[in-house]
Ligand binder design. Structure first.
Ligand code: CTP
Length: 225
């Protein structure tokens, strides 16, 4: 069963992105990359060909450093992922890509002159959506939905909108989500079947997600008439 993923080309996006206001200031989020890196390590150990495209993180990991494709902004993350889209077997979108990016990034440091300033933001490119638009029926994609409310409804709508084969739903509660070493997930598949898991370490959660991915590659059982 574990052999199913050997040599499979798997993209994982992980960590936060940084959207720059000027050369020294950016907006970002609290993602630490722990979940994405745990999945990347496990898949690498299973012999998969893992492309880890990562925003800036400070965690320690056993994933080979020379195989990390390091980026900062959402646009850079998209550009690196896009180069790989055609050849992928699987894409796992763990990154917390900033939804918006400043309309203008100042080339010089913004000076403190005005009492009030406003910054205009524009939507960032949605990497998972773009892959969902072009993926073939052989290519599988897995998304994450971190939700504070209506968790399953929101996850189902993202599954649909981004053409995922399954989506991992979780919440930013204590011991779950950003920053913690543990996570409590539910996996919703495109046939809308739902599996809920108890609180586990992120490495155990990674294994649960990988098992769900392996299931997708099982031949559909023949129906007896
Ligand atoms: N995602 C992505 N690129 C983006 C935004 C999100 O690849 N620009 C991916 C995430 O990695 C995740 C999934 O899409 O797998 C859902 O991300 P999320 O931030 O929860 O959803 P959004 O579409 O940004 O919706 P909202 O922030 O309004 O909940």
């Amino acid at each position: 069963m574990q052999n199913t993923l050997k040599n499979k080309k798997i993209l994982i996006t992980a960590g936060p992105t940084r959207e720059y206001l000027d050369p020294v200031r950016f907006i970002s989020n609290q993602s630490t990359g722990k979940m994405g890196y745990a999945i990347a390590e496990t898949l690498h150990n299973l012999g998969a060909n893992v492309y880890l495209v990562s925003g800036p993180v400070t965690i320690t990991s056993n994933f080979p450093k020379d195989k990390i494709i390091a980026v900062e902004t959402g646009k850079q993350m998209y550009d690196e992922c896009k180069k790989l889209f055609n050849e992928l077997d699987i894409a796992i979108f763990c990154a917390a890509v900033a939804d918006y990016t400043p309309k203008i990034t100042s080339e010089i440091k913004i000076k403190k002159i005005e009492n009030e300033i406003s910054i205009e933001f524009i939507k960032n490119v949605d990497i998972a959506y773009e892959f969902g638009r072009v993926k073939t029926s052989q290519q599988k994609s897995i998304g994450f939905a971190l939700e504070t409310n209506n968790v399953l409804d929101n996850a189902a709508s993202k599954l649909n909108k981004k053409n995922f084969n399954c989506i991992v739903a979780n919440s930013p509660n204590k011991d779950e989500g950003f920053g913690y070493d543990t996570n409590k997930i539910a996996i919703l598949k495109s046939d809308l079947s739902l599996t809920e898991y108890p609180l586990k370490s992120k490495h155990e959660v990674a294994q649960d997600i990988i098992n769900a991915i392996i299931e997708m590659f099982k031949p559909v059982a023949e129906t007896a008439f």
